[in-house]
Each structure stands twice: as structure tokens, then as C-alpha cells.
Design a protein around this ligand. Sequence first.
Ligand code: NOJ
Length: 598
Amino acid sequence: MKNLKRMLCIFLTTALLAGMCIGAVSAFAAKEKPKTVTICSRTEPKYDNSWYKDLTVYQIWCRSFKDSDGDGIGDLEGVYQELDYLKDLGVDCIWFSPIYPSPQKDYGYDIADYYGINPEYGTMETFEKVMKGAHDRGMKVVMDLVINHTSDQHQWFQESRKSKDNPYHDWYFWRDPKNGSYPNNWDSLFEGKAWKYDENLGQYYLHVFAEGQPDLNMDNPEVRNEVKKIMRYWLDKGVDGFREDVISYISKDPGLPDGIPLPAATGIEHYDKGPNLDSYLKEFKQDVYNNYNMFTVGEMPQSKPADALTYGCGKRLDMLISFDQMTADGIVTDYVHVPFSLVRYKRAWRDWQTQLYGKGWNCLYIENHDHARVISRYGSEHYWKESGKTLATSYLMLTGTPFIYQGQEIGMLNTHFNSLDECKDVVTFNNEKTFAKVGVTGQRYLDLVNKTSREHARTPVQWDDSKNAGFTTGTPWFGVNPNYKTINVAAEQKDPDSILNYYKKALKVRKAYPALSKGSYKEYYPASEKIYCYEKDYGDQKALVICSFSKQDIPFVAPTGFDLSKGTLVLQNYPDAPAGSRSCTLRPYECRVYIYNG
Ligand code: NOJ
């Protein structure tokens, strides 16, 4: 029964990452293959890296951030031009989604050279200029590190497929056919089955994600040594940490046994938090992280607070990226869309806030490159401004390190696709095949994509109301959302009441009151589908955070012990905030933050 529950939980939460539950290569400087294998050495951290708890992190998905040279593709020079914008927003750290050379089958999450920069984005010199520009402004820089898999164009993989006795062959999972077919029954999360046949070798290779993303064999110590070399290379260059992609998948069960059949995620129990995950993470920490003043945040799609207590909290990684709060409008997957449930959203935050308090540290986010835009999902496009601000308030007042995804700060919304021809993501196309099996085709599938796909996060950032939203002077690689005439940075900079200016204020308020940034968490009215209300406490400071998720006016009664007329109202999204001592009427998506000093 316990096992069944675990399987169900894995199945449900995998989906997001995988879509349906399923979801220029630079010249490779021939590197000498490592000959010696070092054993992990026991070390203590040399630095106090607790500064990561005070950061606000901004995620840049470079291809769609800003194009400086008119080729229609965002680039690092474009990022350089906007460093002051980020600083002014209140950002303390930039996380770059992968900017390495890559054939872009999964937009950079298929790396062809870990030591370079994608020429479409710039050169290593441009990267260094951006990093220095960020550091000069007091901002940190974090790289995305994808070590579960490489691109099939990576030189290691190209070598590994040459022959069974090639020194790189064992860097990947190559297996002979079993009974003339796949070596096991695993599904790929992104593209069909998890095995792809190679005619030349007469063997299959494992790809948990797309075919162009073969899994690295982390059990091979040479692979781990190379991973540590990559980490040191970037840290020595000056980066301040890593966001580690699907880090919970890097250890596979030996023997790669068949999995319990699941729709489109069969086999996941044999690589999610696999047998050597802890030991490999420990090795990376002791051999690398402990020697640098840096932080790590690891993506663990199925993680629960208990996992953070094991693998996060500075023991192995500093923070985990959980998917819990991102599944409040989907069953099994974003694609099996159900109406947003505030109760589910609140439960996710409550679990993580309470279980990690005093023991670990949370990564707080409501958008990234893998999900549709949050106002379109959890808020209301009709109450765009109000709900955008309430959503911001709902998570920015929690304890942890907040992450903001590009465009989120101006309230970017989902776009509209008239046809799948306008789409770009491997997951969209894979899901088309998967959903066709259950009869969801044509317009019905397109409707689903329009509601739930991660395509929406990848439209170009809307900078102003000029052609192509000021993203590029050329032809944008991906369609700009037609709403850019009203939703854009320039317009919002001028409007004191904009979502952008609200984010700026909310980040300042959060830093000004330790109850908000570091306090303990107590929730009220957990069963309400309309109100999210929580108390934060730190020393003798208390905060009361109130967010309405209702499209109508609703009455609100403050929890016992709180007098609304005596609190200092430090943040609100309506121009006034009438209230009696204990009660008030909350207008659609109204939010308020009160502070009480003891
Ligand atoms: C998780 C990343 O966030 C996602 O964008 C990517 O497609 C998969 N990992 C595979 O690397």
C-alpha cells in the first residue's frame, strides 16, 4: 500500500516536468580523458554562504530576454543592457538557464559543450562582461548545470557511440536489445520510449528526456570527476553557484530493472532519488562546494519537505526546487487541467514553510520556464493587475529565497496559438502523440496547449510598445504576445500603480521586515478557497498577510489577536484599505500586509 502510494505520488508529480506525465555546437576542444580517479575527501565548508538566504533571484531564459543584434534571438549583450533594470527591480542574483553551446532541441537543456557559450548568445568575453557588470552592481550570478544528460551532439556521446570499446562508451547507458527490443520498459518523459537504437553499434542508449538528451552514467567515477571539473571551471571563473537540473535523477538503479507500468512515466521509481544520489551529492559537496563561497539549488521534481531535510538544508544542496505549489490546477499533470484550487496552493506552501522552519531554507517561486504564466493559471486575466499583485504577495512574504522569472514582474500572460505550427517545444509535440492515443486531437489538443503548455513562458519579454515589443529589431524567433501594447516594461515603469512597481515595493518591504523574510508561519482559514491568510513571526515582530483570490467582494474577519486598525499597513494593492478593528470587505483579489511590532 505504501509503495502504491509512493508510486501514485511519483506519477502525479512527475507530470508537470514531463508535460503529459510525460513532459552550433562549438568546436569541441578535444579534452584529454581523465586518467586518475579521485576519492571523495572529507571537508568542511570554508565559507559561510548564508548570504544566499537574503537574495532575490531573477531567472533569465536568454533566448527570449532581449536581442541586441537584430537576429531575433535574445543574447548576453541584451542582458548586459538591462542590468540596471534588474538592479532597480531589487534583484540580487541572476540565474541563467543554460547558455552553453547546444543544438537547442530542449532549448539549452541539451548541452554540447560545458565549457563554452552558445554563439547565438555571445562569446565567453560577453559572458564575463555580464558577470562583472552584475558583480559590480552587487548581484550574484548562478549557472544552470545539467548533468543528468548531455546533448547527443556532445563530443563525449559522439565518441561513446563509435564502438563498444571506446573509452567514452561507458559514460552513457548503452545496452544490448532484450528479446529483440528495448532493454527495459521505461518511458521517456519527453519522447516516446526511453531507449533509442543505434544501427552502427547494435545497441540502445538511455534517454529519460528527449532522444537528443542521452543520460550520463554517473556511476562511472570518470563522469563524476568531469562534472566536478566543470563545476570548478565556472566557480574559478567567478560564478556564485549552480541551479542543478533534475538532480534527483542522476543515480539509476543498477541493472536498470523494468518499472511498474505507468502512463508515460514507467521506470521513474528506478531513477528518482536513486541508490547513489546521496553519495554523489555528498561527493560534489565535499570535493567542490565546500571550497567555494557559493550556493546550490537543486531541481527535484517529486520532492517533499522530508527530501529537503535529507538532500537540502546545506547538507548536500542548499535549497530544493519543489513542484508542489505548481500543481494547484492540474491532476497528474499541468495538461490534465482542473480549476485552480487555492486550498491545494496553500497546502503546498504550508507543508514546506512549517516543516523546514529552523532546519532548512525554501526556494520560493510561482513561475519559471517550465510552466504557463501564473496569472493566466492561478489568477484572473480580467483582474490582471489585482491578481498579479495578490499572487506576488502570496509567495513573496514567505520565508525563503524568492525567485522571479523574466516577465513575471510585469504580469506577462499566456499567449494564443492558432496552430501547433506556431509552437516550439519538444514537450508540446510529444504530448500531441500521447493525447492522440486517448482521443484528444486537433482543436481539443490545441486548446490544451493554449491553457497549459510551457510555451507561454518562452515568448519574448515585452520591453515597450514598439514593433516586436522592443525585444528585437529583427524577426523574433518566437511570436511576441500581441498584448505587448499594454503589458510592457516601459509602460509599467511610468505607472506608479503597475505590477512592476508593486514587485519593487514588495521586495523592499520583504527586506525591511524580518517577520516576512525570516519569520515562522501560521496559517488561518486553510479550508477557504477564497482567502489566503497567514501570520509570520520573528522576535517581537508579527506580520499578517491577507490575499483574496475571489472575483467578488468578500467579508474578512481578522484572526483573534489581530486588530486591523492598529497594524501598520506596509503593502496593499488598492489605493485605500478601509477596515474596522477586526473586519473589512476585501475587494476582488485585494491583498494587504500588516506589521505589528511588539
Ligand atoms: C528540467 C528543466 O527545467 C526543463 O526545462 C528541461 O526540459 C528538463 N529538466 C530536461 O533537462
